[in-house]
Design a binder for this molecule. Sequence first.
Ligand SMILES: [Zn+2]
Length: 342
Amino acid sequence: MTRFLSVKGKALPLPLFLPVFELDNPFVDIDMLGQDFGFGAIMTNAFFLYKHRERKTEVLDKGIHEFLGFDGIVVTDSGAFQQFSGPLYLKNKTIVAFQRDIGVDVISPLDLITPPGDKRTVASKKMLATIKRIGQVLPLSGESTLIGVGQGGRFLDLRGQAMEMLAELGVSYAALGALVPFFNRNHDMEFVGRVIRQARAILPKSVPIHLYGGGDPLELPFYMALGCDIFDSSSFVHYALGGWYMTPYGALKREEMDLKNPPYFCPCPQCSQGIEKVYQDKVSLARHNLWAIVHTMKKAGGLLKEGLLDEHLMHIAARHMELFPSSRLAGSWQALELDREA
Ligand SMILES: [Zn+2]
């Protein structure tokens, strides 16, 4: 059965990828995302709009959809990454009210980022404070959907507690915060996978789970299989800037790519001119990377619905390990499979 993200009269089938849109980023323009790629939902940063005086006035006046020129689902983050000192409770309320007032569909509270290095007492405090903030602003979110963000750092039980508390609060959308540093470790999905599986087991099936910052087409199908529904990332741009060409089996730099026998024949408009050309132009490369994500979401999403995703994961892992023998992908997936059997 297809599940949907439904907000303010708009509904999109899950799983869903939200490309990150940044106003001053020359690599992404809104028509490209909406029209060329057909994205029905995007993610953007509300804090950058809030702190920019002219833009703030304009977006309050026009509303976010007209301001951006995008009528799909707009998800915003609150600038938690940019937060500094100050009366944070007030700031949490202020930034949530701002997102509501500009008509954002899915809004974020000002959560407390918990890096993997945080010790248990700190991680626990931040997780509880984040939950408290969510409780404080739930009644302020109006018709918008408020994201229940789970923190907890590197502690699985704290992350589980966060999900239980979010379920009690009755959130209708949940996100897993501050996991990016974990999946940047040589494709080791073990911890992130456990966090996703645990969240899926605790939250009602109707609550979609969003993995903040998830955007490597290699890993997305695995996270989907574990029960994650929504991803957002600007990885396609960052990878392009670093010279990486994304494939479903891992990203390759030009010198790693066998052009005579590429691991993946990409059907995107960029690659029709030849991969060599795509490598030479960062804008082309970013677009190709975004297509690689789109194709991955479509394929894995379809297989998930048909109950055939597991076999496909075996294929991805095998092909990836041929290309990157020292990767932790297959090993970490095996560990997650063993968890399931235990
Ligand atoms: Zn391509």
